[in-house]
Design a protein. Structure first.
Length: 403
C-alpha cells in the first residue's frame, strides 16, 4: 500500500530462500485441467506460467463500477512489467528479469461457465468502502474467493481511510511453504499439501478502487510509451501497485530493511538486508522518509511551484557507500518501479514450483510416511499479509524523469 508520498509498511514476516531447481518430475496434486495448465510438463526455468486472474469488483453505486476494459488494460501493463526489459532506457542499469509469467483474465468461472466479461465479476454491496486490513482477515468475505489453486483473486473496492496522513493503495496475503519441498525462508508453514480453498479468511490481493483510473498513472504506458521523452510519474500508479502486490502474493518482500514486530513487518531504522535477495541493495527506509520530507519542505519554502526531479527523489544510499536510483518494483515512492532482479525472479519461481494455493503445475515431491499420514483437511493457516502505505506531502508537483 502507499500514501501520497508513499511509505509502504509491510505487515509480514515472510521471505524466500534462493534455491535453483530445474530437475525432477513435474506434476500437480490438484489437477483441474483448466486455464492454468496444471498438467503441463515444466521444461525448465523459462517455462511460462499462465496464471488466471479474477477481479472481484465491489460497488455500491455506479461511480464505483470499474469498467472491464480498464482492468484488462492494467493487467496488460502488469504483464509488460513482468516480462522485463521495459522502461529502463533512462536508467544506467541492466534490464529487468523476464519472470516468464503471463497473468490472464479468467475465461470461465468455477463451474466452467464462460464469463461475459473475462476476468471480472461485479458484486453489488451496501457498503461504499471497506477497512482493507479487516477485509483480509474476515471469514465472511471467503464466499467471494474462487479456488486459489486455479485463480489469483484480486478484490477491487474502495479502501476506508483509517489514517489521517496516509492512503493505502493495495494489500496482499503472502504464500506458504510445505514440508517435503525445498524450504523457502520466511514463508509461513502451510503444513499439508494439497490445501483446499481457505475457509477462514479471503486469501487474495486487494486493490483500492479509488486509484485504478487512468488519471492516477503516469505517461509511460501511454503518450510516452517506447519513447525517450520526459515521462510524468504518478505515485498512485495502479499498474505498479498491482505488479507490486502480485510480487508479495508470489513471495517477495520489500527491498528496504524491515523488522518483525508482533508478527508484522515494519521499516527498520537500519539498512540490513531482510528480503532474502542479495542482489537488491537494502537501505534505511525511515532515514529516507525523513530526508524526503525535509528536502521537499525546504524546496517548497523557497519556491511553492517547485517541480522535482525524479532522479533526485529516487536516489537511495546506504552504509556501504552504495548509491543507486530506486527502480525495483518491491520498493515504492519515489521509485521508477520497473525492475525485478535475478534472485527475485528465482524466489518467485520457487513459489510457483512448490507453494500451495498458487495456480499452475507443481513439482512432485517424494512421498514419505509423514506425507502419507497428513490429513487433507484445512489447518489453521496463519494470516500474513503485506500492506503498502505512503505518507502525504501536500501539493507536490508532478514528477518527471529526465532523458
Amino acid at each position: 500500500m502507499r500514501k501520497i508520498l508513499y511509505f509502504m509498511i509491510a505487515l509480514t514476516v515472510l521471505s524466500f530462500a534462493s534455491c535453483k531447481d530445474t530437475e525432477g518430475s513435474i506434476g500437480d496434486p490438484i489437477i483441474s485441467h483448466g486455464q492454468d495448465r496444471d498438467t503441463d510438463i515444466i521444461t525448465g526455468d523459462d517455462y511460462v506460467y499462465h496464471l488466471p486472474v479474477i477481479f472481484h469488483v465491489f460497488y455500491s453505486n455506479t461511480t464505483q463500477y470499474i469498467k472491464y476494459t480498464r482492468l484488462k488494460e492494467i493487467l496488460s501493463n502488469v504483464n509488460e512489467l513482468y516480462q522485463g526489459d521495459v522502461y529502463n532506457y533512462q536508467m544506467d542499469t541492466v534490464p529487468s528479469e523476464n519472470l516468464h509469467i503471463l497473468f490472464e483474465l479468467a475465461e470461465k468461472d468455477e463451474s466452467g461457465k464462460r464469463l461475459s466479461t473475462p476476468g471480472v465479476e461485479y458484486i453489488k454491496v451496501p457498503e461504499p468502502e471497506f477497512d482493507c486490513e479487516s477485509f483480509m482477515k474476515d471469514k465472511k468475505y471467503v464466499q467471494y474467493c474462487w479456488d486459489q489453486n486455479n485463480y489469483i483473486n484480486v478484490m477491487v473496492y474502495a479502501f476506508k481511510k483509517t489514517d489521517e496522513n496516509s492512503t493505502t493503495l493495495g494489500i496482499s496475503h503472502l504464500p506458504y511453504q510445505v514440508g517435503g519441498y525445498p524450504q523457502i525462508d520466511g514463508l509461513s508453514n502451510g503444513k499439508n499439501y494439497p490445501l483446499s480453498k481457505p475457509g477462514k479468511f479471503p486469501y487474495c490481493v486487494s486493490l483500492n478502487s479509488i486509484y485504478v483510473g487512468k488519471e492516477n498513472e503516469g505517461t509511460r504506458y501511454t503518450i510516452h510509451k517506447n519513447h525517450k521523452e520526459k515521462i510524468e510519474y504518478n505515485i498512485t500508479d495502479p499498474n505498479a501497485t498491482l505488479a507490486h502486490e502480485l510480487g508479495h502474493y508470489l513471495g517477495l518482500f520489500h527491498s528496504f530493511s524491515e523488522k518483525t514486530v508482533k508478527d508484522k513487518s515494519e521499516a527498520a531504522d537500519d539498512d540490513d538486508d531482510s528480503d532474502y535477495c542479495d542482489d537488491t541493495p537494502s537501505y534505511n527506509r525511515i532515514a529516507y522518509g525523513k530526508w524526503l520530507t525535509e528536502y521537499v519542505s525546504n524546496a517548497k519554502a523557497i519556491n511553492p511551484d517547485t517541480v522535482f526531479s525524479m532522479r533526485e527523489l529516487a536516489k537511495r544510499t546506504n552504509s556501504k557507500d552504495e548509491e543507486w536510483q530506486s527502480d525495483n518494483l518491491m520498493d515504492y515512492f519515489y521509485c521508477f518501479s520497473m525492475r525485478f532482479t535475478p534472485e527475485q525472479a528465482n524466489r518467485i519461481r520457487q513459489v510457483l514450483y512448490y507453494s500451495p494455493l498458487i495456480p499452475g503445475p507443481k513439482k512432485i515431491r517424494p512421498r514419505t510416511r509423514a506425507w502419507d499420514e497428513m490429513p487433507e483437511t484445512e489447518d489453521d493457516l496463519p494470516i500474513r499479509y503485506a500492506k503498502e502505505k505512503a505518507v502525504s506531502i501536500k501539493d507536490i508537483r508532478i514528477l518527471k524523469a529526465e532523458k
